[in-house]
Write a protein that binds this ligand. Structure first.
Ligand SMILES: Cc1ncc(COP(=O)(O)O)c(C=O)c1O
Length: 438
């Protein structure tokens, strides 16, 4: 087989690429990226290190598919890490962006689309009266934490093991170098889905806690749904102790339905962080909450937040078009049904082929954990079989199906996926499980 054909057939085996005496687009890009970008990426998970693979350089996307620099097509289940729900480049969003671009890229002052997107969010999420837009979900989370500290006059924050709230300093304490050691003393960490551990932490630190910050459906230790009563327990205990309950709905906002996880579970947070879907594929974040808390932000109050790109016109236009589309033609039932088919199909494959696995699903997102036992916390997720996950993810990639290159991320199903894409996932998974070391 000639080298070019071999590369096109089997996807990216870097040894093949290096041996190839041809000019290969992926290979050329790799050299430039590795030289000028740290690790060849701008966000660590994109390096594929957790599955021992090589980064993949994409050039374009459409619907439920993406293309790499060699022109190879993949069915996509990464979907912009959950930011893409209507599919890549949906015509209403592209039209809204074209129209917005023709009127100016960055206005420097406030424009009507900011108010429109804020109105759409407040209408969809009952706990939100006012919104402050940021340029990322990270910024939204750290702004919500700052607000909670100012409101309570307390310094400590409570997080859950395996939760992710972006790269802000407070929420990264103990997880990144370069932070003051003192920050760690201001963070209390508790296992997800563990009311007894939560109550004990409250007993010890409750009077010093400004906020409890949680992904109501965990998506960054793989998907882990809240167990019945867990969120209600947090709501009741935080209200009693005067602690601000912050829901990080950067992933779940407008994915678990228009009202996000709080709409689905009927629990109102005090403050909510948004991101991803509300930007329709452009960089965005937002904090929302009742006027009495939000008014603490500058210029009304003394908590400073500002940003050159906060409420960027293009992100607002894409966000408004996306949310309008989700309201006019809600895809939720259909995409959750497709995700359920995928989850059930994968579970059946595991049983038939004899590979121990669990599929955790919440709505249109799910994670495959290679373990025989239920996964309800980060420690359960960590105990799953990493090599088997890597084998599955890499074999899928070779077969033209892209899943997140980490056992602690979610696969996302969106409005552009069809049964054909789910069948591709299942067919490729069948072969991957059959060829797995057991
Ligand atoms: C739950 C959650 N919160 C916050 C963030 C940070 O958002 P961003 O990457 O836009 O800074 C992420 C990113 O994946 C996330 O999943």
């Amino acid at each position: 087989m000639n080298e070019a054909k071999k590369i096109a057939d089997c996807g990216l085996r870097i040894a093949d690429l290096e041996a190839a005496p041809i000019r290969n687009a992926q290979f050329a890009i790799r050299n430039t990226l590795q030289q000028y970008l740290v690790g060849g990426v701008n966000s660590p998970v994109r390096a594929f290190k957790q599955v021992g693979g090589q980064p993949l350089w994409l050039s374009r996307s459409r619907g439920a598919e993406v293309w790499d620099a060699n022109g190879r097509r993949y069915t996509d289940f990464i979907m912009g890490w959950g930011a893409i729900i209507l599919g890549h480049n949906p015509p209403p969003v592209v039209r809204a962006l074209r129209s917005r671009i023709s009127k100016g890229l960055l206005l420097g002052l406030t424009h009507e689309m900011e108010a429109e997107l804020a109105r759409l969010i407040a209408q969809a999420v009952p706990s939100v009266e006012q919104v402050r837009f940021t340029a990322s979900g990270s910024e939204a989370c750290l702004t919500a934490v700052k607000l909670a500290r100012a409101h309570t006059g307390r310094a400590k924050i409570l997080l859950f093991d395996g939760g992710y709230h972006g790269h802000g300093e407070s929420v990264m304490a103990g997880r990144s170098a370069g932070l003051p050691a003192a920050l760690e003393t201001a963070v209390v960490t508790v296992p997800f889905n563990d009311p007894a551990a939560f109550d004990e932490a409250l007993r010890q630190h409750g009077a010093e806690l400004a906020c409890v910050l949680i992904e109501p459906v965990a998506a960054n230790m793989g998907v882990i749904p809240p167990e019945p009563g867990w969120l209600a327990h947090l709501r009741e205990r935080t209200a009693k102790a005067g602690i601000v309950l912050i829901f990080d709905e950067v992933v779940t906002g407008f994915r678990m339905g228009l009202g996000g996880a709080q709409g689905l579970f009927g629990i109102e947070a005090d403050l909510t962080a948004f991101g991803k879907i509300i930007g329709g594929g452009l960089p965005v974040g937002a904090v929302g909450g009742p006027r009495r808390l939000m008014q603490r932000l500058a210029p009304e109050g003394d908590v400073y937040h500002g940003g050159t790109f906060a409420g960027h016109p293009l992100a607002m236009a894409a966000g408004v078009a996306t949310v309008q589309q989700l309201r006019a033609n809600p895809p939720y039932e259909r995409i959750e049904h497709l995700a359920a088919e995928a989850a059930e199909g994968l579970t059946a494959l595991g049983q038939d082929i004899g590979v121990a696995l669990q599929v955790n699903r919440a709505g249109s997102m799910f994670t495959v954990f290679f373990t025989a036992t239920a996964v309800r916390s980060k420690s359960d997720a960590k105990a799953s079989h990493k090599e088997r996950f890597a084998h599955w993810a890499n074999e899928l990639r070779r077969a033209g199906v892209l899943v997140p290159p980490s056992p602690f991320e979610a696969l996302f199903v969106g409005a552009a996926h069809t049964r054909r894409h789910i069948e591709q996932l299942l067919d490729a998974s069948k072969k991957a499980l059959q060829s797995m070391d057991r």
